[in-house]
Design a protein around this ligand. Structure first.
Ligand code: AMP
Ligand code: MG
Length: 349
């Protein structure tokens, strides 16, 4: 018996050795892969997967692109014959809607409640009001403001599992503040469904990451029009990071820039925060919260983020004298590193 065991040891050792070599050869073909395509209004969408063969990754990339396109068509109010575009074209009464749209509306409603109405996907008439003001190069007048405001309010929308009802005529949904996050999460889910164990999807700095280990995510410089310029790098575990800011899209009236994010209560563009980066368990909620905080401003925004233990935030506050202050969730302080040129220490909250 002892002899048998002794004899079998070299055989076992050889087998293990052979397995390591063969395993090593297989793994050599599996490494970090990266690809991209353009979507969501001209943004490069970067897809990264670890431990993937080149052939498989090509298919992953195609599957992700297909899903992004499908959801964009569904969620964008600017897509001809898209579901939201069609709902808005009706803009009154009750209309059938898909489970996916109704699910996202349910999530939007949750953030409407949590933000006490600062996040409101029915804000469309006010967005259109400010776009018209830009075209006319004149501030919107009181009557036009009141008329738009009367058609805004998530409390005037009811929905069930199959239908959506507008309580006022001329209402319209704009999912722009939450759909990008939802699309990133859906893209990450497609990859996971295909067997990718670790990876990320990045749309212009907004990221959904999944799998073990840490990910380093660049946070954009809110004062630069160059997308590639970073303010800092955030180290995260799986989840979502989304930044809301006025550096990308804004309206210009009489030479003055206004944010594309509107405070539904006042009807005015949000002010005060140049950018809000939110990190959370998924990109959908991070996206909604980043927009909500942009509307709520420094103090109320900080209070909201602090009340949500699964979320953290980094905000750049614009001061009257054109200086700025960086605010950072206490828990994120050791995970956030500013790039050179940003010498000031963030203030923890
Ligand atoms: P984000 O870049 O995620 O902050 O989304 C901004 C977009 O959301 C805007 O371009 C509008 O389409 C829409 N939006 C503007 N204000 C609000 C608001 N208060 N609540 C929800 N969506 C908004
Ligand atoms: Mg958002």
């Amino acid at each position: 018996m002892t002899a048998l065991v002794r004899k079998s040891i070299p055989i076992v050792a050889l087998l293990v050795f052979a397995m390591i070599i063969v395993g090593g050869l297989i793994r050599q073909g599996d490494k970090r892969r990266e690809g991209s395509f353009v979507a969501m209004g001209g943004i490069p969408v970067r897809v990264v997967a670890y431990d993937r063969t080149s052939a498989r990754f090509d298919q992953d990339l195609q599957a992700v692109e297909k899903e992004v396109e499908r959801l964009e068509q569904m969620f964008s109010r600017h897509r001809r014959n898209g579901e939201i575009a069609n709902l808005n074209a009706t803009g009154r009464g009750c209309i059938d809607a898909s489970p996916e749209v109704l699910h996202l509306l349910g999530q939007a409603k949750r953030w409407y409640e949590k933000s006490h109405g600062a996040f409101d996907v029915t804000v469309t008439p006010l967005i259109e009001l400010w776009k018209a003001a830009e075209r006319a190069n004149a501030m919107p007048d009181e009557r036009a403001r009141a008329a738009a405001a009367a058609r805004v309010g998530m409390d005037k929308v009811r929905f069930s599992d199959t239908r959506l009802c507008f309580e006022r005529d001329g209402m319209a949904i704009d999912l722009g503040a939450i759909a990008k996050g939802a699309i990133l999460d859906a893209a990450a889910k497609v990859m996971q469904g295909r067997g990718v164990r670790r990876g990320l999807v990045d749309a212009g700095g907004d990221v959904a990451a999944f799998g073990e280990g840490a990910f380093n995510i660049g946070v954009r410089d809110p004062f630069s029009s160059d997308r590639g310029r970073l303010m800092g790098v955030l180290t995260m575990r799986e989840g979502g990071v989304v930044t809301s800011g006025d550096y990308e899209r804004f309206v210009t009236i009489e030479g003055q820039h206004f944010s594309h994010i509107i405070d539904p209560k006042s009807g005015n563009p949000a002010q005060g925060l140049a950018s809000v980066t939110i990190i959370g368990p998924n990109a959908t909620d991070a996206d909604a919260l980043a927009t909500a905080v942009s509307v709520m401003g420094r103090d109320r925004g900080i209070d909201l983020v602090r009340s949500l233990p699964d979320f953290g935030g980094i905000m750049v506050e614009r001061r009257q004298d054109d200086s700025h202050v960086i605010w950072c969730s206490r828990g994120l302080m050791p995970l956030f590193e500013l790039t050179s040129g940003w010498e000031e220490r963030p203030i923890p909250f």
